[in-house]
Design a protein around this ligand. Structure first.
Ligand SMILES: [Zn+2]
Ligand SMILES: [Zn+2]
Ligand SMILES: [Zn+2]
Length: 152
């Protein structure tokens, strides 16, 4: 996951000017460790920067997704959300309970995808897949809860 400095560098590498407002939004973003919604972001931002309007925030989100600083994550169990991005091709493990997201820095399906793409005559493809489940912490927490209610 990008640190605030890496986010800043990435944006500047694309020749995008970091206005004070965009900088403030980046700072707020860097505080999120898991998945978040636009509403979460808006709430946090309003606390520290009530002057930044909705339109500015939405434009910044669009920009950051395009630059890869932010990634949109699809979820089966809840609405789509955002996470702080990472460089390079990777996949995601998402906890459906606490919203933790891990970037998995390897592609277990690379060869199969390449073969399929070639066979179908496609080129310049991108693919993504995300795995949703319970993280170890949540699983242990749930097991504890269960054993408590059962009086064990
Ligand atoms: Zn979890
Ligand atoms: Zn990612
Ligand atoms: Zn892949």
């Amino acid at each position: 996951m990008y640190s605030i400095d890496e986010m800043r560098r990435t944006v500047e590498r694309y020749g995008v000017r970091l206005t004070p407002q965009r900088k403030a939004i980046l700072e707020v973003l860097s505080n999120f460790t898991g998945i978040f919604s636009v509403v979460d972001l808006q709430k946090t931002l309003t606390r520290s920067h009530p002057d930044i309007g909705r339109a500015t925030l939405f434009r910044a989100i669009d920009l950051y997704v395009r630059l890869g600083v932010l990634e949109k994550v699809h979820r089966e169990s809840a609405e789509d959300g955002y996470i702080v991005g990472m460089t390079g091709h990777h996949h995601h493990l998402i906890c459906r309970r606490c919203g933790e997201v891990r970037h998995i820095d390897l592609c277990p399906i690379q060869e199969e995808v390449e073969e399929l793409v070639k066979k179908e005559g496609y080129s310049d493809t991108i693919h993504r897949f995300e795995i949703e489940g319970l993280c170890a912490k949540c699983r242990i927490g749930l097991e504890r809860q269960k054993s408590k209610t059962q009086g064990v």
